[in-house]
Design a binder for this molecule. Structure first.
Ligand SMILES: C[S@@+](CC[C@H](N)C(=O)[O-])C[C@H]1O[C@@H](n2cnc3c(N)ncnc32)[C@H](O)[C@@H]1O
Length: 325
């Protein structure tokens, strides 16, 4: 078993200070540090386009111990057996597209989006395709699914994953999310639902990418926040009235999370919706440094690693309530 790099030991002190000030108390902070220094749980999501959850479980139980943590979502599986490096990716069931290797917190935004077979859905920042393939499963491979990604290298990984998982209701586009949304608006092609799983500083992924805490910088956060704001505003414009926008990041930084949602709530016809998930979540933060956010950001969901033994995530669930000029 490879040695684990401890993301907390090597962390930039500013990263730790910022996390400490978001948490309830010292005990909570110590628990965050403890869990962040442990290996991430191995989880997969059954690709129900290709195989039933029962059939996959039966096959995998011949080599691994499998747990299904959520009764309502049997497609979510945890591998309890100790795995060799790369073992999940090399397994024949993975190559055949029977499952997608996906961290459990990363499955939550699509559960909030709740895709349906007859809808038109845009995945605005889609590569490598964890959430696009999850959306396609929930749509029963029907309806219209647009998967957009700006990076050429990552578009090819996205396409490979869609092919491996036999997703046939999708169209892959390579654009910046902002310009794609503008073009869709010009064509008067508005979507029922949009997932904006935007590029972020990745503070929630430190268990699998421990170097994130060493490379931490507030400048990076502020630059990303600009991109995220443009992506979110343009996504909102490309939605039908009464359409759904799910905004998510795998970071804890309020500048990339509540600040963006607060801006939308204060400037656009949008309502925030309650989120109900099979994981423990905490409400959005209403104050950060000198900023006070719209009080409704409390309805956002913060997922901390110490609450569910997962990675960290942030999710906001919005409904567009009127036309935007
Ligand atoms: C958090 S990742 C998306 C992960 C993906 N949703 C999944 O679950 O597999 C963010 C992605 O956004 C892409 N990206 C960065 N800037 C973008 C932009 N302006 N428009 C669209 N995508 C962008 C990045 O290349 C990256 O692949």
């Amino acid at each position: 078993m490879s040695k684990l790099i401890n993301p907390i030991e090597k962390a930039n002190p500013l990263f730790l200070e910022r996390i400490r000030s978001q948490l309830n108390d010292e005990k909570d902070y110590i628990e965050f540090c403890r869990i962040s220094s442990t290996r991430i749980v191995s989880s997969i999501r059954c690709n129900t386009i290709k195989i039933s959850t029962d059939e996959l479980k039966k096959r995998l139980e011949k080599k691994w111990e499998i747990k299904q943590p959520f009764k309502k979502y049997p497609e979510v599986m945890i591998i309890e057996s100790e795995l060799l490096p790369g073992e999940l990716g090399k397994a024949i069931e993975h190559i055949l597209g029977y499952y997608y290797i996906q961290e459990i917190a990363s499955m939550m935004p699509v559960l909030v989006l709740n895709p349906k077979s007859n809808e038109s859905i845009l995945d605005l920042a889609a590569a490598p395709g964890s959430k696009t393939t999850q959306i396609a499963c929930m749509m029963n491979n029907q309806g219209v699914l647009i998967a957009n990604e700006v990076s050429l290298g990552r578009v090819s990984i996205l396409s490979t994953n869609l092919q491996r998982c036999a997703v046939t209701n999708s169209l892959v586009i390579r654009q910046t999310g902002e310009s794609l949304c503008k073009k869709l608006v010009d064509l008067d092609f508005k979507l029922d639902k949009i997932l904006a799983d935007v590029p972020c500083s990745g503070e929630g992924t430190i268990r699998s990418s421990p170097k994130t805490t060493q490379m931490f910088s507030e400048n990076l956060i502020n630059n990303l926040a600009n991109t995220q704001k443009y992506l979110a505003i343009n996504a909102l414009k490309a939605l039908k009235v009464n359409g759904t926008l799910v905004y998510s990041t795998c970071t804890h930084a309020p500048e990339e999370n509540e600040a963006i949602i607060s801006h939308l709530l204060e400037n656009y016809p949008v309502e925030i919706q309650e989120i109900s998930l099979p994981l423990k979540t905490r409400p959005g933060i209403t104050k950060w440094k000198n900023e006070v956010y719209n009080k409704d950001v409390k309805k956002c969901a913060r997922i901390y690693p110490q609450d569910n033994n997962t990675e960290g995530f942030f999710i906001a669930y919005l409904k567009k309530t009127g036309e935007i000029e």
